[in-house]
Design a protein around this ligand. Structure first.
Ligand code: SF4
Length: 259
């Protein structure tokens, strides 16, 4: 397959960012954290979005028939992986009966069933299955996080909720000292990542930076942003995203991490 579709350099001389990008003032500030572990603990306790928190609690009360014996996690889902990772994956938000049930990103639903075998094949995951927090899965050179940490109604966080969650991503990026490549799963994750780099000053504009599967961009500081379709059932069941396409993304991420 031809890869990548795009390969552009982000420059500091581009013009003003579009209005869809959350400026620093929109995102409520949070205190710095000393470690990713501390940050995860604070994320788990977050209550900034009442609609999200109520929705997660309602899902946990109602449960899906096949998971009726589970005690749902039903809290914000902490990030997962290797704190020394060079490759960081940013998804959209927890699935209602996936990570909102299990408490680990992409664990226990169709998206995870598609993602982790690819991560195993490309050497980032210790096993192809991801079923529950204590299943022994470990990641190497990879950290997985999301634009929103709570399961949203209809799988669609509002702009205000994404802005509420944005400071967690800012703090996380600051703590991921070895981060070289950010793989964005879906357009919302892509926008969240660009907004984070705009807020940090790593990027001054996103003019000309567009989402497409396989698109890759280099920041002025040498780090890379790599875009992919999200491994949602909507994309994988229709063939919009295939295993071959997805594997190529992570093979490329590994190449860029070493560049
Ligand atoms: S979505 Fe993010 S900001 Fe909102 S309550 Fe959950 S963790 Fe907090």
């Amino acid at each position: 397959m031809r890869f990548p579709l795009y390969n552009r350099f982000m420059t500091r001389s581009d013009s003003t960012a579009p209005a869809s990008v959350a400026p620093a003032s929109v995102a409520p500030a949070i205190a710095p954290a000393n470690s990713l572990d501390e940050l995860n603990h604070r994320i788990i306790a977050c209550e900034r979005c009442p609609r999200m928190r109520q929705h997660c609690a309602a899902i946990a009360r109602e449960r899906r028939r096949q998971w009726r014996d589970w005690e749902y996690w039903a809290r914000p889902v902490p990030s997962f992986g290797d704190p020394s990772a060079r490759v960081v994956v940013v998804g959209l938000a927890p699935g209602a009966h996936g990570s909102n049930r299990t408490g680990r990103p992409f664990t226990g639903d169709g998206s995870g069933d598609f993602l982790y075998p690819v991560l195993f094949d490309t050497g980032f995951a210790s096993q192809p299955e991801s079923t529950r927090r204590d299943d022994g899965l470990a990641l190497a050179d990879m950290w997985i996080t999301a634009a929103a940490r709570c399961a949203p109604p209809g799988n669609k966080p509002t702009t205000a909720e994404l802005n509420n969650c944005a400071p967690w991503l800012d703090r996380e990026f600051a703590l991921l000292a070895r981060m070289r490549v950010v793989v964005c799963l879906g357009r919302i994750g892509f926008d969240a990542v660009l907004s984070a780099f705009l807020r940090s000053g790593a990027l001054t504009s996103r003019t000309g930076i567009t989402f497409a599967h396989g698109a890759e961009y280099r920041l002025p500081d040498g780090r890379f942003v790599l875009a992919s379709y999200h491994p949602s059932l909507q994309n994988t069941n229709t063939g919009r995203l295939t295993k071959i396409m997805f594997r190529a993304i992570f093979e490329r991420a590994r190449q860029l991490a070493a560049a």
